[in-house]
Design a protein around this ligand. Structure first.
Ligand SMILES: [Zn+2]
Length: 540
């Protein structure tokens, strides 16, 4: 169920503007304001001003690349702006008064370039809406103040207590959803898109904004395409920008679990083609301080008709989901520095924890991209190798014997070779063995000594991981007794002990040496003495 987020489009004119939005055409404006409309096609556009506005912003323009369709697709139908309405409003000021107000604001506050001016006009336009239509702007999600004459600036964001866009008729006719998508995007809380690792962009070496040509939040650098109705259209929103507004259909996103070792190949369908079945994107855990990565597939069609070719892209995000402005998506570059990935291209990141995305194939005709997603965080674990074997195991190193250790490394997706090095404190290694081998043998000391066996794995990229195994050995008689009891249990289960057959007892005892049996006998007597003593203690 989509959230209703309609906009009030306040089609404003000054007192002294004689144009009637119901009668004056775009062609008329083109002649009145020479050079203002930068698309010559506007000269032959016989739509009235109001018709043009209604087409771009309301259901009157269904079938064109308008705002209603754009936000439906870019929100995976999570929001609906079809309730937007255009209100022609006359402000109680002249164009000369407005120009003077603008100059004053520029002098007082050159940094913000007219923001106070725009805010003042928002207040006047909202007052006009209330006075001329008895409508409170708060019954709409956002407000656009759009003069039918060329005015000062084109921005979106937060004005006079609510989401807003300030942008005049030129941008409606000549910049379409390329620009309105961007500024209304600000009104929905989106900020400018960026590129990972690029500190600068078109605004200068210290401004990283506007560097993702596949995302409408990069303004004029984007891959738009010509549109007969509104001149410029597209592109869409990237997946992270959609998620940041909670518009991404998360049920259609493949989620890679956070685990040591993961690799899987999946097919993606285009991000903005919710109508097709399949994954609309994939989510991988981030490496280091990065957010999760979102993988998306885009094809050259519909709102993305202006992009160079079908492509796979990866983004991360900085900021809090739901935050209004101040957050940024970052497009991630592939191993060749490319922002968009084609057949065979690879993205990889991380040294210890490692993520990799490979584009195996792109099929624009069938609208599928096959990608392999890998995630790895190599870990190592030392295991004690119980050489006794069989059903009964002691499970502990035994004094006076050789103890063996091996390791298990979870590195099947980690693309680096490695060397292991064994070490031990509290015991001596069996001499002559290779300390870089798969297993490790030591002479086991008596139980009073704390022994630590350690292993370091050094990968060829410099990453090292390690594990250690610390123990006190057990006495030999404990080992023998443990084995004996274990064998008894296995032999007689599930027969209760009072039904044990003397023949079976004999068979088990036959497996033990004379010395072992003597040890068991001595220790059993000790055990019985202790049990007796416990009984006496209880009677006191
Ligand atoms: Zn912007």
């Amino acid at each position: 169920m989509a959230t209703q987020m309609p906009w009030a489009i306040l089609l404003c004119k000054y007192q002294d503007d004689g144009n009637d939005p119901n009668l004056t055409t775009i062609a008329d404006l083109y002649i009145q304001y020479p050079g203002a409309f930068d698309n010559p096609a506007a000269a032959g556009d016989n739509r009235t001003i109001l018709e043009l506005y209604n087409e771009l912003f309301t259901t009157a323009g269904t079938g064109t690349y308008n705002a209603v369709a754009y936000w439906d697709v870019m929100s995976h139908s999570n929001i609906d702006v079809s309730g937007s309405r255009v209100f022609p409003c006359t402000l109680n000021m002249t164009s000369a008064e407005a120009a003077s107000l603008y100059q004053t604001d520029l002098q007082n506050d050159p940094v913000n370039g007219g923001f106070q001016y725009q805010t003042a006009l928002f207040q006047k336009a909202k007052a006009a809406l209330l006075q001329q239509y008895s409508i409170d702007w708060k019954s709409f999600y956002g407000v656009a103040v759009s003069f039918q004459s060329p005015d000062q600036g084109s921005q979106g964001g937060w004005y006079d207590g609510g989401p807003g866009v300030f942008m005049d008729a030129r941008y409606v006719r000549c910049n379409g959803m390329m620009r309105w998508g961007h500024e209304m995007g600000h009104g929905f809380g989106l900020d400018h898109s960026r590129t990972n690792g690029e500190p600068g962009g078109p605004e200068g070496p210290n401004n990283p904004d506007y560097t993702d040509p596949w995302d409408v939040m990069s303004a004029e650098v984007t891959s738009w395409f010509p549109d007969p109705n509104y001149s410029k259209t597209g592109p869409g929103l990237n997946a992270w920008n959609m998620r940041s507004r909670q518009w991404l259909d998360e049920t259609r996103i493949f989620k890679v679990p956070v685990m040591n070792n993961f690799s899987e190949t999946i097919d993606l369908v285009p991000l903005h083609r919710k109508d097709l079945s399949g994954y609309l994107g994939a989510d991988l855990p981030g490496v280091g301080t990065d957010s999760h990565y979102l993988v998306e597939f885009r094809v050259k069609e519909n709102w993305d008709s202006g992009i160079p070719a079908a492509t796979v892209m990866i983004h991360r995000f900085e900021g809090t989901i739901g935050q209004f402005l101040g957050t940024h998506s970052y497009i991630m570059k592939g191993t060749n520095g490319q922002k968009s990935l084609g057949d065979g291209d690879v993205f990889e990141v991380g040294t210890g924890i490692y993520a990799k995305i490979e584009v195996l194939s792109i099929d624009p005709g069938n609208r599928t991209a096959s990608v392999r997603l890998s995630y790895s965080s190599p870990t190592v674990k030392i295991d004690f190798l119980d050489l006794y074997g069989g059903t009964c195991r002691i499970g502990f190193p035994v004094e006076g014997t050789k103890s063996a250790f091996r390791y298990e490394l979870s590195n099947t997706n980690y693309p680096h070779s490695y060397q292991v090095t064994w070490g031990v404190t509290g015991a001596t290694p069996i001499s002559g063995q290779d300390l870089h081998a798969e297993s490790f043998l030591i002479n086991t000391p008596d139980p009073s000594v704390l022994v630590t066996v350690s292993l370091t794995v050094l990968f060829d990229n410099g990453v090292s991981i390690s594990d250690s195994y610390t123990f006190h050995s057990i006495l030999e008689y404990e080992a023998v007794w443990t084995l004996f009891v274990c064998k008894l249990r296995h032999r007689f289960r599930p027969i209760p002990w009072w039904e044990w057959s003397p023949d079976d007892m004999q068979r088990i005892a036959n497996n033990l040496s004379k010395e072992e049996l003597e040890l068991i006998q001595q220790r059993t007597e000790l055990l019985l003495q202790n049990i007796r003593r416990l009984g006496e203690l209880r009677q006191r």
